[in-house]
Structures are given as structure tokens and as C-alpha cells.
Design a protein around this ligand. Sequence first.
Ligand code: HEC
Ligand code: HEC
Length: 328
Amino acid sequence: MNLRPLLPALALVAALLTPGCSDQGLSTKRAAGQGVVLSATAAPAGLEPGAETPYPLGLPSALKGRATYTANCASCHGTYITAAEQQDLQKQAALPRTHADFGRKEAELKAEGRWPVQPSKVGPDFASRAWRFERTPGQLFQLIAYGKALKFQGDPSKGTFEHPGPTGRMGEGWMQAIKDLRGDQLVATGDPVPVWNAIYYVWSRSIASVSPTRFKDVWDIYGQNCSVCHGDTAQGNGPLAKTLNPQPFNFSDRKALSQTTDAFLFWRISEGGQFKVIPASVRQSMTAESLQSFVHQWSAMPSWRGVLTEDQRWMLVDGVRSRTYEHE
Ligand code: HEC
Ligand code: HEC
């Protein structure tokens, strides 16, 4: 099937979705409430002006998100340590009890409230990738900041889903009450940035828990296969880029990537521009607008299905996204 006949249908879905959004309190102005004015003329410092989902101009940070998560979310979702910390603990366990380093990492984790490691009491296990396969970071921002989000964005029949807020009530957002580290004080600032940070923290648990070098390893695969078009710095400016239309995707466009799912990126990397249809599972995981602006049929993007292993393609999903937030 050609994509063109599909687009009007996708646009219709988008049109149907829009009024539903604001009725359910998902529109930025209504949901943000007092304190944060998210209009083009009065965006809080460091936020993109006028955006439906207030997106930080600076890199969101999974590193800063750790403290935010521990203070606000760990009581329900449990604590996580990274693969590097796990290795560190194992190394220390092998040291003689008299050694100065013995227990150093353990003490550090205890001070941060991340020891002993507590399993999640509710919700998904963030250390597995499965939970976020069909989520976009932007959708999770809506869910956590405002308490509810559209379940599968391209399919209105799937409805909305809700999340408990600071008082435990379903559908209540964290935007105003999320406690963030300012200096050494935890304070509620009404600022969306700590929400983004906490989301990228949980987002990256499944990567951090696999291997401390996973982010590094992926750039070898990237360098050999993708740089020529997408560029060494992943900004879509490789040596071949000038000859191509549409241009290779710029992976430092973090706002665009916050509107994509892993399901989508994996499919794009696997099938390239040579696909016949967008599979329903991918189509239903993103908004019609996002699909319309990101998918180009018959583009120069090659199909990597027969070239790279499934694991390598998943590594690349994490790899191309890793330019959009600060991580360990
Ligand atoms: C009062 C307990 C509680 C707190 C506190 C809490 N959550 Fe949750 N969270 C839940 C429950 C329950 C679910 C599962 C909801 C469901 O499956 O319908 C969940 C699900 C999630 C999900 C997965 C949503 C999905 O379906 O993909 C994310 C992401 C999440 N929470 C992030 C956070 C973040 C970030 C914080 C801190 C700002 C937080 N949560 C604080 C209870 C909590
Ligand atoms: C021959 C040039 C070329 C090579 C090599 C190439 N790409 Fe692409 N890629 C493109 C072009 C052109 C686009 C944009 C057009 C489109 O959407 O199909 C694109 C789009 C993409 C997208 C879609 C991004 C989005 O959000 O829409 C992803 C993901 C991607 N490439 C990943 C990769 C990865 C990973 C590699 C290496 C394994 C790679 N590409 C190698 C040319 C290339």
C-alpha cells in the first residue's frame, strides 16, 4: 500500500483526537494550572515557548532525574542501581574487610536512599524494555506531569490512561508538586524539567541495567553503518547527506524523537524507506502528525534487517536516542 492514501485518514484521526484532549484536561494551558504559564510570550526560562508539551531547551538529564525519582517515585516504583554500580559492589565484596574501599559504594547508595534495592510494588519493571516499547517520552511526560495521557496515540478507541499523583489520587499530575534538588534542598518548583528528568531516568533503566558500556558499543556499529549519511555527530550531516532528498534524520532533534516510540524506531531501522505498509502496531503507537512528518516512503534510508542482528538494531534504537538526554 502506498502511504499517500493513508495520510488523510491519519489526519482525520488527529482531528478527532484533538477536542478529546482538551476535554480531558490534557491541553497545556488548562492542565498546567497556576504558577506556570506556558504561552509563547511567557515561557518559563529554559522551556520551548508555545509548545503543547513544554519541552526543555536544555538536554533533559537522566543523571539529575535519579535524585528526583528517588525523592518522588521510588516509594511506589522501587529503587534501581546501574550495571556499573552492580559491578562496583561485586568488586568491593571481593575486597578484604580491612580494605579502605570496602563498603564505599554501599554507603553511597544508602545515602541516596537506593539501598537495599527495593523491587517495584506497582506498575512496570523499568529495568525491562517491554514497558516502554509503545510509549513516546512525550506521552509519558503528559501522563506524569498532568496525570493522564492518550493510551495509544494513533488509535482513539484505546482511550486514555491515568497515573497516581503526589497524594496518590489517580489522574492527578506531578507538575506542581514534584520535588527537585535545588542546592541540597528538595523543593517543589512547578517546573516541568524535573518531570522530564525523572522520565528519562526511568526510560534509561533498562539500558543502564544491561551493560555499562552499551551506549559506547553502539557507536562502533553506528560509525560503520550510519555515519556516512547521518553524520559522525548524528546530526544528519554525513558526507552523503547533501545528495539526498529527503535528508537523513537529525538525531539531535530531541523534540522530534520525544514523539516517537521504540517500536517505530526499530521498524524504521529494520525496514528503511523500502516498506509497503506501516504495521498497525507501529501506526497505533504514535500520533498521526508524527508519522506524517517522520515517515518517508522510498527514501534513501536502507533496510538493515538482513544486515544487522536484532540486538544490534535495538542497540541503535537506544543509541540514536542517547543523543537526546544526558545519561551515564
Ligand atoms: C502512589 C504510587 C506511585 C507513585 C508515587 C508514582 N507512581 Fe508511577 N505508577 C504507579 C502505578 C500504580 C502505575 C501503573 C499504572 C497502570 O498500570 O495503570 C505506574 C506507572 C508508571 C509508569 C508507566 C506508565 C506506562 O504504562 O507506560 C511510569 C513511566 C511511571 N509510573 C513513572 C512515575 C514517575 C516518574 C513517578 C515520580 C514522579 C511516579 N511514577 C510515581 C504508581 C506510582
Ligand atoms: C544511505 C543513507 C543512509 C544510511 C547509510 C542510513 N540512513 Fe537512516 N535515514 C536516511 C534518510 C535519508 C532518512 C530520512 C528519510 C526517511 O525518513 O526515510 C533516514 C531516517 C532514519 C530514521 C528515522 C528517524 C525518524 O524519527 O523518522 C532512523 C531511525 C534511521 N534513519 C536510522 C539509521 C541507522 C541506525 C542507520 C545505520 C544502521 C542508518 N539510519 C543509516 C538515510 C540513511
